[in-house]
Design a protein around this ligand. Structure first.
Ligand code: HEC
Length: 187
């Protein structure tokens, strides 16, 4: 009887505290993955279209004006906050929080020890649910994020620097960790 009481008190604590059941974790992981994939699709479709129309000179100003509004529209649609952030930023508006930086470092460690960098779901002290997932560099990202004169032209770099004077988001190779998706659920 006493044991049962302890178990019940423990369960009650769990349900009021900031932790998720396995089922909830799975649900938020699935939702987060879907939102991140659709956001990536929306951004990359538009980007590819602009790259075809006029290369980096056309696509960079497009990203500059449209990247944040596109993620904002999807945030409204899914009732979440969608953010892309990095430890090497291009747009200072995407600055990571302390927790996001810790997550980025966790992914760096996992990747360098050849472990899987899977999505992370957690609850914060305000009972808000967060989804994080790595953003990796692909070959077609390097025209604007790769090494200068190897994948990225000097002209592209100068267009980027004219819009983002403090750009740190260059010098990447394919397969590098570029940053993370950080999705905060509103409910
Ligand atoms: C045509 C050039 C171009 C290409 C190609 C490109 N990006 Fe970017 N990227 C940009 C620009 C410009 C920004 C800044 C957007 C803004 O102002 O929000 C940016 C921002 C980002 C950010 C947000 C973090 C930050 O540093 O501000 C991430 C993450 C990112 N890019 C990942 C990628 C990935 C992954 C790919 C390939 C699938 C890619 N980019 C391809 C130009 C490009």
């Amino acid at each position: 009887m006493k044991n049962l009481l302890i178990v019940l008190v423990f369960m009650a604590m769990l349900s009021c505290g900031n932790s998720l059941t396995d089922k909830e974790k799975q649900e938020y992981t699935n939702k987060g993955k879907e939102i991140a994939q659709n956001s990536f699709k929306a951004l990359s479709e538009k980007l590819t279209e602009q790259m075809k129309l006029g290369g980096p000179a056309q696509a960079i100003p497009f990203c500059n004006v449209e990247a944040i509004p596109i993620t904002q529209q999807l945030s409204d649609k899914y009732e979440v906050t969608i953010k892309r952030t990095s430890d090497k930023l291009r747009n200072p508006a995407n600055e990571p929080t302390e927790r996001e930086l810790e997550i980025i470092n966790t992914y760096h460690q996992l990747i360098s020890s050849k472990q899987a960098a899977k999505p992370i779901v957690e609850v914060d002290s305000n009972n808000k649910k967060h989804f994080y997932a790595p953003i990796m560099m692909k070959a077609n990202c390097l025209a604007c994020h790769g090494k200068i004169e190897e994948f990225m032209t000097v002209k592209t770099d100068s267009i980027i620097k004219s819009l983002y004077s403090n750009d740190k988001a260059i010098g990447y190779n394919e397969g590098d960790l570029r940053g993370i998706w950080s999705i905060t659920f509103k409910k």
